[in-house]
Write a protein that binds this ligand. Structure first.
Ligand code: PSU
Ligand code: MN
Length: 306
């Protein structure tokens, strides 16, 4: 049903730390050719910390847990790579298609393979204007039923941040601030929303995961890691481009899975690369925190737990 790369298989069998990485941010979230360089760099950052990276995507119908250079290049370079959420996975498999996996699809595949820690940029969430569009990412409901720890920089302000936080609460998804009491806003280090829980060390997250397991919970733990203030996007530029991007999306009457990639692409273009620089800083930071959490998880109490 899926294939686990040799390096990932060896690490999992030995109880060594592994971090899953998603591929939609590579194929549909970052512009070519920078996307491929970033994908390679993220894996290198994970390795530098003594942790095995497992970038996840579907190649010619096979969900792959860990991509070789050739597969990573295809995901980054090929224009016809599909965007796959959970519901798309069996179709891509049956029709032998190649696609990048969203946070939702990556989480499901990672958990199936026994990987417990996953780094991404931002989660999908409730879109602004939800009352008209009913647009809520499948990421949220999937995280409610998938035991995985996701390190992210919160959600982008292209979404309705308050509504997204309410949905995460309703869905029973555990939410932790990483060295912060304020929910981060992806391009910006802080939104106006305060968090109930803050952690300051990787071993605390590993303990939360262990206790979630002990309680029989099958839901995700989200670790919200703000981009450093020095690397956040300028507020005025951010606000101006956001207004324009949302207006243009409404004019084009975009729907379904086209909405998020359109907004991200518009941001990168209209900020002349400033949002791209912040986006890359975001994922770098998240990968590093995820690697440390995976290490704490695999060594916690001296018991390898995968
Ligand atoms: N948010 C980002 N960058 C991204 C995405 C979200 O800041 O690249 C991607 C993730 O893969 C996420 C997906 O799972 O978009 C959500 O898409 P949708 O809104 O169509 O569910
Ligand atoms: Mn959507």
């Amino acid at each position: 049903m899926f294939a686990v790369g040799d390096e990932v298989r060896v690490a999992l069998d030995a109880g060594r730390p592994v971090v899953a990485l998603e591929s939609t941010l590579i194929a549909h979230g970052l512009p070519r050719p920078r996307n491929r360089e970033v994908a390679v760099e993220l894996e290198a950052l994970v390795r530098q910390r003594g942790v095995t990276p497992a970038t996840i995507a579907v190649i010619d119908g096979t969900p792959m847990i860990g991509l070789d250079v050739n597969a990573l290049t295809r995901i980054a370079d090929e224009p016809e790579v599909a965007k796959l959420s959970v519901r798309d996975l069996p179709v891509a498999a049956a029709l032998r298609r190649t696609g990048a996996t969203t946070v939702a699809a990556t989480s499901v595949l990672a958990a199936r393979a026994g990987i417990r820690v996953f780094a991404t940029g931002g989660l999908g969430g409730v879109h602004r204007g939800w009352a008209d569009s009913a647009d809520e990412s499948a990421d949220l409901v999937t995280l409610a039923r998938t035991p995985i720890t996701v390190v992210c920089a919160g959600v982008k302000s292209i979404l309705d941040v308050g509504a997204t936080l309410e949905r995460l609460e309703t869905l029973g998804v555990t939410l932790l601030g990483w060295r912060t009491d304020i929910f981060p806003g992806f391009y910006r280090s802080r939104t106006g929303f305060t968090l109930d829980w803050r952690v300051d060390a990787a071993h605390q997250v590993a303990s939360v995961m262990a206790d979630a397991d002990a309680l029989g919970l099958r839901s995700a733990v989200i670790v919200a890691n703000p981009v450093p203030e020095t690397e956040q996007l300028d507020r005025d530029l951010h606000d101006r481009v956001l207004t324009d991007a949302l207006a243009e999306a409404a004019r084009r009457d975009l729907r379904g899975k086209a909405v998020t990639p359109f907004l991200l692409e518009t941001f990168h273009r209209e900020t002349s690369g400033a949002s791209l620089a912040t986006n890359i800083a975001v994922v770098r930071n998240n990968v590093i925190v995820a690697a440390d959490i995976a290490t704490a998880w695999s060594t916690d109490a001296g018991v390898p737990r995968g």
